[in-house]
Design a protein around this ligand. Structure first.
Ligand SMILES: [Zn+2]
Length: 490
């Protein structure tokens, strides 16, 4: 790879030239200082350069189910999973992931943490298909099989009993594989990982603590430690989960995960809407991260996580979109804007609102730390050359008063002109370099049509379950939590 000089662009703090050697940034200098040499020149005049945005939480399998639902809570979304994610072939898994990779790259996101699901257990081939999709698109990713050994109906105390007997029988077939089987498949995948871990790395994703037996959670923790892999779980995402945890464990989900030894620097809590102060301090003490997904939390009515309190406690906070079934697009510019706005609707104490600088920091360096990529998330010497080129001729940037404010509050992805990952262009002049969108569209439509047909019964089952889950779970969520525990939440 020849060296590349990115000349004439501007960073958020002012004009600069960037010299890229191999996959990394060699140096950043004031304009014109780096003279001629044996390098290829990229003319970045009229472009704002910012570090690739990093999506700290999403689900690649959700992309083929884009737009399938409107009014659903997290619990209804989980009930809909057999319909939205049923009968997926290996090709579907690849395709669904590739749709997301294409969208993220086109919208300035260069790395993601993907909790991908396979039913009834993850497979080595499935994980490889997902890794291959990111690798083909030219994007960094953490690929974590989202696993459980209890179905949603077994996970929520009292829910199974609330179903009439015939429906109980029907949901029986949603049983997941025994945890030993899933652990065995994940162990094999981790051992035989084929991808360069600097680009595509494996991790573990016990989906929701309530959906996993303690033996399974402990096993996931061992496996993560053994392989130096990260571990991400949906932690205290909905009030139903917070109430259920007290019923099932007699303590919060964070306290339970900590007691099992899972909370450490490689641990990421997705959402954390219902964390109390003790939980946050615990996560901070252990060096853990939170993947903050404010768009999804609003869309599912889960609540608004207190990002300010998380930062005050010393938690590393990254920002995510969540999957296409709960936040529709995978647009990190939108996720940043919502993160900013979400902090503002919490109350009038404006000094506690998250600043645009803090949001941008979370969506780049914070997310990078959550993903476990060390030299990603900054434009600085020694860091990977993951760079987004925004067109300052876009109406979003007319005029340019304050680059960081505009990046977080004004930009919506439509100014993304080019994207570089590890020194290679993956989006050039608004087009993907490695993926044909037209081919992707044809294949996705074929898959969509076939899956709609195959999942007709699963959809019918969802329709039977919706009124029951849709009244049982909100009733559970109306139960009070111990008075001071969640006082910080409004
Ligand atoms: Zn999620």
């Amino acid at each position: 790879m020849t060296d590349t000089l990115i000349r004439g662009g501007r960073l958020v703090d002012g004009p600069a030239d960037i010299l890229v050697r191999g996959d990394s940034i060699e140096r950043i200098s004031p304009p014109g200082i780096i003279g001629t040499g044996d390098f290829q020149i990229i003319d970045a005049s009229g472009k704002l350069l910012h570090p690739g945005l990093i999506n700290a939480h999403m689900h690649g399998h959700g992309n083929l189910a884009k737009g399938m639902g409107d009014r659903w809570t997290l619990e209804l979304l989980l009930t809909a999973a057999p319909w939205t994610n049923g009968f997926r072939s290996l090709e579907d898994k690849y395709l669904s992931t590739l749709i997301g990779a294409a969208e993220m790259l086109l919208k300035g996101c260069t790395a993601c943490y993907d909790l991908m699901a396979e039913f009834p257990t993850p497979s080595v081939e499935g994980l490889e298909a997902v890794g291959r999709a990111y690798s083909d698109a030219g994007m960094r990713a953490v690929v974590a099989p989202m696993v459980a050994d209890l179905s949603f109906f077994e996970a929520i105390p009292g829910l199974m009993e609330a179903l009439p007997a015939p429906l109980q029988k029907e949901v029986e077939r949603l049983r997941l594989a025994p945890y030993r089987t899933s652990l065995d498949h994940m162990r094999k995948a981790l051992h035989g990982w084929k991808f360069d871990r600097e680009a595509i790395r494996p991790a573990l994703g016990p989906t929701i603590p309530l959906h996993c037996s303690d033996e399974f959670l402990t096993g996931c923790g061992h496996l993560a430690r053994e392989h130096g892999a990260g571990l991400q779980t949906h932690l205290s995402e909905s009030k139903v989960q917070a109430v259920s945890a007290l019923k099932k464990y007699g303590k919060s989900l964070a306290a339970h995960m900590d007691a099992l030894g899972l909370v450490g620097p490689g641990f990421t809590a997705a959402h954390g809407v219902w964390l109390d102060d003790d939980d946050m301090k615990r996560l901070a003490d252990r060096g853990a991260s939170v993947a903050h997904n404010p768009g999804s939390n609003m869309r599912l009515g889960s609540g608004i996580a207190d990002m300010r309190r998380m930062l005050e406690c010393g938690i590393n906070v990254g920002i995510g979109t969540d999957g296409a079934t709960s936040s529709d697009n995978l647009n990190m510019y939108e996720a940043m804007r919502i993160a900013s706005l979400a902090s503002k609707v919490r109350g009038p104490e404006w000094q506690r609102w998250i600043t645009t600088r803090e949001v941008l920091e979370a969506a780049t360096a914070g997310s990078a730390r959550a993903l476990g990529f060390e030299k990603v998330g900054h434009l600085a010497s020694g860091y990977k050359a993951d760079i987004v080129f925004l067109d300052l001729g876009s109406v979003n940037w007319i005029p340019l008063n304050h680059a960081v404010n505009a990046l977080v509050h004004t930009e919506d992805g439509s100014a993304v002109h080019s994207v570089m990952v590890g020194g290679r262009m993956v989006v050039e002049n608004r087009k993907l370099v490695n993926v044909s969108l037209a081919k992707l569209a044809r294949e996705a439509e074929n898959a969509r049509e076939r899956l709609e047909r195959l999942n007709r019964d699963n959809k019918a089952l969802y329709e039977k379950l919706e009124p029951i889950v849709g009244s049982f779970c909100p009733a559970l969520a109306r139960q009070p939590l111990p008075i001071n525990r969640y006082a910080a939440w409004r």
